[in-house]
Design a protein around this ligand. Structure first.
Ligand SMILES: [Zn+2]
Length: 114
């Protein structure tokens, strides 16, 4: 029984190994580790539920992800699946910054007029 390692033991061991690498590599190595620990600690029933849900609604989910959506920050039309990534792109960030600047100027002018 002593040979069986718990998830916590494995995590500690991996952390000790990761510590020997440079800081930049540590970050890269921690990402998949966190994901693996998260997946392993998820109860089985949840995994099974997710799998059956996906199998059942696969077509619907995929169709929904391919749908075009409008970015509420810049007004561009983006594929739903890429929307989260789009928020971080310069094409959207520049417009967000410009809109903020315009908004600040507008409120500044309104305050002057009072
Ligand atoms: Zn946008």
């Amino acid at each position: 029984m002593e040979n069986i390692k718990t998830l916590k033991d494995l995590k500690l061991e991996l952390k000790a190994v990761i510590k020997e690498y440079s800081l930049e590599l540590q970050k890269e190595l921690k990402k998949p580790l966190k994901q693996a620990v998260k997946e392993a600690s998820q109860p089985i029933s949840r995994k099974v539920y997710n799998k059956t849900y996906y199998d059942k609604n696969r077509q619907k989910i995929l169709a929904n992800q391919c749908k075009k959506a409008k970015c509420e920050l810049c007004g561009r039309s983006v594929v739903q699946y890429n929307l989260k990534k789009h928020y971080e792109l310069p094409i959207c960030k520049n417009i967000q910054a410009r809109n903020k600047l315009l908004e600040d100027r507008k409120t500044g002018l309104e305050e002057e007029n009072i």
